[in-house]
Design a protein around this ligand. Structure first.
Ligand SMILES: [Zn+2]
Length: 497
């Protein structure tokens, strides 16, 4: 049962590489000046270029866009018809130009765009697959803030992720909808700079027909009854990677509690689900406090989980609100399901607050969350129980090596294979044995504190581990992250024969 999430997520890639479309257009040449007076705006225009159509991710170079940095998204969405998710929407993007820009791109698919403005002036735009290219009336100036407003309507296009053989983004189900976007689904419901490198805060203002409700990231600020409809407004306090944005619509059974450390928890369960569904979530407060103790204070203002009454074979750590398909809940094995709950919760530190700078380093998310399952077992049942768990994980890798690629180098067309989970988690256990408990439990909080609300690479983690332990760990990490065969853990008698 411990492998449920790993096996589920270790699924075949239905992949087609997103090809780089590094759209570099030449600087436009202004018409010959007719006077000797140089107007500053023309000077800007002369040097401005198109922002790049990708952020240079080594696996998915077309993800995200260059030339600007988003600070805040406001998503105003009215759901006209729940059965089809027919939406009328306005996305407002507050951003800063990081270079002079003649044009810039957003990631967005589907829908009909009715108006698009930049700084309140209508802007030209064109669309090609996932790229929405916007050309403002006047070039944007490096360092200056600007605002983009996109009005659109229609139903979200079904989105086939490059990394999972399931529908991602906004998914319509019987009686409601949910959003689960890792890594590239967000573009099917809002125009976005879709890469973890560009984090921003969010406001969600979502109007739904009675009696439906909305569960989104962050704190519920307002719930308005408009007669036939209701409007729910959520705000995130902390910046968030775009793939973690979630808006879910259903009738909910809402459970609230507070961890001993004072973190408010609200859980949303589809109202048709039996009360037993709450059981595996009962210890989230305890988990929050335990992980806060070993990793550093919980990074956000609120937490909770949402269970949809739909099977989608996954759980995802959406920031402040993890989401679970009903098939992730095993009513017969509450303790086993609790490990999945611990896994998603620990991602709030590793994945959500500390995010990858490049998708190739996904083991920094999944290895840490998997080892967090082991640490939760150790917390409950002691070191022997952890050792048993480590042995069983190790045996799986030895018996089925084909499912467990080297964690530091997952195939670009099979990002969520079992290696980044199980071998990633075992890498942390091996590190713990290599540097000792004292150093290990200093490395984790120092790494978290240094990079919270930011982005990391594997090199950043190795640097912290070397700094705290005082050891040269180059060879250790080379073996654990990049060897085709898993290295032995001699201290535990584990190795490939
Ligand atoms: Zn995970």
């Amino acid at each position: 049962m411990k492998n449920k999430i790993q096996i589920i997520l270790a699924c075949a890639f239905i992949g087609f590489a997103i090809l780089a479309c590094g759209q570099s257009s030449s600087p436009s040449v202004p018409p010959a000046a007719v006077t000797a007076v140089i107007v500053p705006e023309e000077a800007v225009g002369a040097e401005a270029e198109a922002g790049s159509a990708g952020l240079g991710d080594s696996y998915y170079p077309g993800f995200g866009n260059g030339g600007y940095d988003v600070t805040h998204y406001t998503l105003d969405i009215t759901v006209n018809d729940v059965a089809t998710s027919d939406l009328t929407a306005i996305t407002t993007i507050a951003a800063n130009a990081t270079q002079d820009l003649l044009s810039f791109n957003l990631d967005f698919i589907g829908f009909e765009i009715s108006t698009l403005t930049v700084n309140d002036a209508p802007a030209d735009f064109s669309r090609k697959e996932q790229e929405l290219t916007v050309t403002p009336l006047k070039p944007l100036v490096a360092g200056q803030p600007f605002t983009v407003v996109v009005q659109y309507s229609g139903s979200p296009d079904e989105m086939q992720s490059v990394a999972l053989p399931v529908s991602t983004g906004w998914v319509t189900v019987d009686g409601g909808s949910f959003v689960m976007s890792e890594p590239d689904g967000s573009a099917n419901f809002y125009p976005v700079n879709d890469h973890p490198l560009d984090k921003a805060t969010y406001t969600f203002r979502v109007t739904v027909p009675h009696p439906l409700e909305v569960a989104a990231n962050g704190a519920l600020i307002e719930a308005l009854d408009n007669g036939d409809t209701s409007t729910f407004t959520f705000e995130t306090r902390d910046p968030m990677a775009s793939y973690l944005a979630t808006i879910n619509i259903d009738e909910f059974d809402i459970e609230t509690m507070t961890s001993d450390n004072g973190i408010p928890i609200r859980n949303y369960y589809s109202s048709e689900l039996p009360k037993e569904v709450r059981k595996p979530f009962a210890r989230q407060g305890e988990m929050l406090d335990y992980f806060s103790e070993i990793y550093g204070a919980y990074p956000f203002d609120v937490y909770g989980s949402m269970v949809m009454n739909t099977e989608f074979d996954s759980a995802l750590e959406n920031q402040t609100l993890s989401i679970y398909g009903i098939d992730m809940i095993d009513y017969e094995d509450v303790a086993g399901t609790e490990l999945t709950v611990a896994h998603e919760l620990s991602h709030q530190w590793f994945g959500d607050s500390v995010s990858v700078a490049d998708w190739s380093d996904i083991w920094l998310n999944e290895g840490f969350a998997t080892y967090s399952e082991g640490l939760w077992i150790e917390h409950l049942d002691g070191r022997e129980a952890l050792d048993e768990w480590v042995k069983s994980q190790y045996r799986d890798v030895v018996n089925y090596p084909q499912y467990y690629a080297a964690p530091g180098n997952p195939p670009a067309d099979d990002l969520f294979n079992g290696g980044v989970y199980v071998r990633g988690g075992l890498t942390l256990h091996a590190l713990r044995l290599e540097v000792g408990d004292q150093a290990f439990f200093e490395i984790l909080p120092v790494y978290f504190e240094r990079y919270q609300n930011g982005n990391v690479s594997t090199e950043d983690f190795i640097a912290v581990a070397e700094e705290i332990s005082g050891k040269d760990l180059t060879e250790f990490f080379d073996n654990w992250l990049y060897n085709e065969t898993i290295p032995p853990i001699s201290a535990m008698g584990l190795g490939v024969e």
